[in-house]
Every structure is written in structure tokens, then in C-alpha cells.
Design a protein around this ligand. Structure first.
Ligand code: CA
Length: 219
């Protein structure tokens, strides 16, 4: 998932960016409300993790403006403000969930998966399409019940495709979902990963739609 992390606490920001990156997400980390506001206008994220007490602009104000512009990206508020009115205001302003600091990374990731399931309307935690399954908790991928060992990038790309099976996803969109701003992308990197994915899956499920992008189709 492409994640925007908005957190002004350096230690917490660093540890969240590191932990979520290790879990296979592309994480962009910003430290104030104004740059978060610009980022969500310029870029499509899969999820926003939003602190409330931020320099320049409060997290709640950023959230309200996003929702006013009909930006429906899932938002989880991360904050030390445990007071009930703040929690209620956050949820009423359009947050999808709320996590009180300090929290464990495991709980944050479980909540992210739960919010994503609700957002995409899927009930099962394991994604399935045709004979392909992907487990976002264990990162296990199976094709026809055979375990498929993928690199972190290959997994991220397959996850991006399996989140929207049947849809044509442009190469730029795939890049956005698997690379953060500070990661270099070779111009043919995605094609190379897709090529290996096809070999490892030994399947024709990933189609290239010339000039448009990639599409996960039934075998
Ligand atoms: Ca803060």
C-alpha cells in the first residue's frame, strides 16, 4: 500500500516508517499539516495515518478539507489525545479509525487491514481471485494451492493488482502504490517485476494492456 504518514514526532515517525516499510508498504512521511494538505491534493494514497497535533495546521483541519473535496482515502488518526470529544470529532470529521498513542505496530497494521477491507468492501482477510490467493497478514501467495515465493516488490505489485482484479491499472499507478517519493525507480522496473511475477506464477493472469497498463484476469 502507498501510505502517507503525517507525524511531527521524529522518533515515532521514524519507527513507523521503518516498521511499515519492512511490512512491504511504500511510506511517505511528512511532519506538518500544510505539507500533508498539499500531498493529498497532489497524490493518490491508499491510506493516510494522521496525527492530530501538528505544526502549521491541525490534523483535524487537514482531514475536514480532504473530505470537503470528496477525497475518500481511508484515514486512521494516531494521537495522544485520549479525550472523548477529540475521538468523536475525529470520527465525525471523516476518520475511518482512531488509535491512541502509544500503540503497537501490530495493532496499527491490523486496523489498517480492517479499514482497507471495509473500504474495498471485502469481508475475508485473504484476497482471492481465481486460483490465486494472497494473505496480507503472512504475505503468503498461493497459486493453485502451491506456495509462490516472491520478492518484496513482486509481492507489492501483485497486491496492488489483486486489490482491484479486472481493472486496468496504469504503470504509473502501480509505481505510485509500491514506491515512495525517496525511492528511485528505473524506467522499466515494473515491467521486469511483472515479467518475473508471470514466470513465478506460471500463469497468464497478468495481462499487459498495450498503452494502458496491467490487468489481472481469470485464467
Ligand atoms: Ca503531534
Amino acid at each position: 500500500m502507498r501510505i502517507l504518514l503525517v507525524e511531527d514526532d521524529t522518533m515515532l515517525g521514524e519507527s513507523l516508517q521503518r516498521g511499515l516499510t519492512q511490512s512491504g508498504h511504500a511510506v511517505d512521511w511528512l511532519r506538518d499539516g500544510d505539507s500533508a494538505d498539499s500531498a493529498v491534493r497532489a497524490q493518490q494514497f491508499d491510506m493516510v495515518l494522521l496525527d492530530l497535533g501538528l505544526p502549521k495546521q491541525d490534523g483535524l483541519a487537514v482531514l475536514k478539507q480532504m473530505r470537503r473535496r470528496n477525497n475518500a482515502v481511508p484515514v486512521i488518526i494516531l494521537t495522544a489525545r485520549e479525550a472523548l470529544p477529540d475521538r468523536v470529532a475525529g470520527l465525525d470529521s471523516g476518520a475511518d479509525d482512531y488509535l491512541i498513542k502509544p500503540f503497537a505496530l501490530d495493532e496499527l497494521e491490523a486496523r489498517m487491514r480492517s479499514v482497507e477491507r471495509r473500504h474495498t468492501g471485502t469481508i475475508a482477510s485473504v484476497l482471492q481471485y481465481g486460483e490465486l490467493t494472497l494473505n496480507p497478514i503472512t504475505h503468503e501467495v498461493r497459486h493453485r494451492d502451491e506456495l509462490v515465493v516472491l520478492s518484496a516488490r513482486e509481492y507489492q505489485i501483485l497486491h496492488a493488482l489483486m486489490r482491484r482484479p479486472g481493472a486496468i491499472i496504469s504503470r504509473a499507478n502501480v509505481e505510485e502504490q509500491v514506491y515512495s517519493w525517496d525511492q528511485e525507480i528505473d524506467s522499466n522496473a515494473i515491467e521486469v517485476h511483472i515479467h518475473r511475477l508471470r514466470q513465478k506464477l506460471n500463469s497468464t493472469m497478468i495481462r499487459t494492456v498495450r498503452g494502458l497498463g496491467y490487468q489481472l484476469v481469470a485464467e
